[in-house]
Design a protein around this ligand. Structure first.
Ligand SMILES: *[C@@H]1O[C@H](CO)[C@@H](O)[C@H](O)[C@H]1NC(C)=O
Ligand SMILES: *[C@@H]1O[C@H](CO)[C@@H](O)[C@H](O)[C@H]1NC(C)=O
Length: 191
């Protein structure tokens, strides 16, 4: 039953229900039939255009994907080219983020939003790049060299991803100090 048919049937039932009131038993069944149709109409409306036939079984039935990760402790002297591993996982709907590697994998194709903030220590720096597989998409320059205060830096990216594409945060130059305890975070979701 498509949407237009459902509306037509719902309209006919509404007119049946509102005309005449001599039928207690059958009106009750009509009422529950009406309820069922209204419920199904709502499902059609809620899911209109949002069906994703390529969903893998690991994706929740809602189709929602989102993660929020950070580190409890600070990261110090991370070498050039290393992937930043955020070990504290607050949200990981769709299980795209892997805390053993620091890599987010798209389980379904689609449009995704990512953002990450680095707070570096006074006098230190922590430069990073957001990678889509091996391609640099955005750079983040948290540098507090010669400063007596900590410095934050944020970046974000909107990416069209295919299934199995990967996003990660990589150190460039040197990552001498990233402050943990929720000051530095990495998050993303499917739009
Ligand atoms: C709905 O109500 C009409 C009378 O108003 C009755 O003829 C019909 O059988 C009812 N339908 C159901 C499914 O109970
Ligand atoms: C990214 O890497 C994955 C495998 O790790 C591969 O399946 C996918 O096709 C790659 N995407 C691009 C755009 O190269």
């Amino acid at each position: 039953m498509n949407f237009a048919h459902a509306i037509t049937i719902a309209a006919i039932l509404t007119s049946i229900l509102t005309s005449g009131g001599s039928c207690h038993k059958s009106c009750r069944s009509n009422a529950s039939l009406m309820k069922s149709i209204q419920y199904q109409l709502k499902l059609v409306e809620d899911n209109d255009g949002k069906c994703d036939c390529n969903q893998s079984p690991s994706t929740p039935s809602s189709g929602k994907v989102g993660f929020q990760v950070s580190n409890s402790g600070s990261l110090k002297n991370i070498g050039n080219g290393a992937i930043v591993i955020y070990e504290t996982v607050t949200t990981n709907l769709g299980k795209g983020y892997d805390k053993s590697t620091g890599v987010f994998t798209a389980r379904v194709h689609g449009l995704y939003y990512f953002t990450w903030t680095v707070l570096t220590y006074a006098g230190k720096s922590f430069y990073t790049q957001l990678l889509l597989n091996d391609t640099i998409i955005a750079r983040n320059h948290a540098g507090a060299g010669g400063m007596s205060t900590h410095m934050p830096s944020s970046q974000s990216a909107v990416l069209q991803m295919s299934k199995n594409d990967k996003v990660s945060i990589r150190i460039y130059n040197a990552g001498t100090y990233m402050i943990g305890d929720k000051w530095s975070t990495f998050s993303g979701f499917k739009i």
